[in-house]
Design a protein around this ligand. Structure first.
Ligand SMILES: [Zn+2]
Length: 246
């Protein structure tokens, strides 16, 4: 299924039957990427009296409750409501779902005890785009179930987040649990810089964390479909997909 896209004076084609899924599936139990000390994901059948919501236990249907945390487990998209006093919902803020995107691989630089994604690494071979998909190197498959709590994962220099804002990048996707340092005293400098909050808040912008970009996906230009569940919450689980531009 081929589509021809006209966008800002350019025309390109994508094959909608060939999505590249860059989300991480959420599973029952501990085998998920996990951050911020949240307990493991729980998917359990509802029990009402004698009735169990699981066919293999004699129920008529499978009918499960799920307990998880959108920030702490798996791929999620968040809006400025993550850092604002006022409550904002990602479902209210992000109302468009297709964007031009650049996949960019970066190697975090060691600075003291930190691994930092620098402004220079983001600026290198810069191409204007609506969304940036940051793949950190090395790109091990254990990102699919890494336990990030108390591990001081790599993060984005606030100058790099500021640069992305200045360049008009609306959506930032990254394969880490946060664009900020795990323990930063609550400053969240990169989140604030990217959303330009509270100075002139970019409500329509989003940050998507804990993606996984497979090695086969080469750096360069794609069409992004940023889709998430319509939770009225600052963050929601999501399934971003990329389409190669042909
Ligand atoms: Zn988050």
């Amino acid at each position: 299924m081929k589509a021809t896209i006209e966008h800002k004076g350019h025309t390109f084609q994508v094959d909608l039957s060939q999505p590249i899924d860059i989300s991480i599936p959420l599973k029952n139990g501990a085998n998920n990427p996990t951050a911020w000390y949240v307990p493991k994901v729980k998917m359990e059948p509802v029990v009402i009296g004698d009735w169990v919501g699981e066919v293999k236990q004699g129920g008529s249907v499978n009918f499960f409750n799920i307990a998880f945390n959108p920030h702490g487990h798996g791929t999620h998209t968040e809006c400025v409501g993550h850092i604002s006093k006022e409550k904002y919902s990602v479902n209210q803020c992000v109302k468009k779902f297709f964007f031009t995107a650049e996949v960019k691989s970066v190697t975090p630089q060691l600075k003291g005890e930190d691994q930092v994604i620098t402004l220079e690494s983001i600026q290198k071979n810069w191409t204007a785009t609506e969304a940036i998909v940051i793949r950190t190197l090395p790109n091990s498959k254990n990102k699919l179930c890494r336990q990030y709590s108390n591990s001081n994962p790599p993060f984005l220099q606030k100058e790099a987040a500021h640069f992305l804002k200045e360049e008009g990048v609306k959506h930032l996707l990254i394969d880490l649990p946060s664009i900020d340092k795990e323990v930063d005293g609550g400053v969240l400098a990169a989140h604030h810089a990217f959303w330009n909050h509270p100075e002139n808040t970019r409500f329509e912008s989003s940050i998507t964390e804990l993606i996984f970009v497979p090695d086969e996906v080469v750096d360069g230009s794609y069409l992004l479909n940023l889709s998430f569940a319509p939770f009225d919450n600052d963050a929601s689980p999501c399934r971003p997909t990329l389409y190669k531009i042909c």
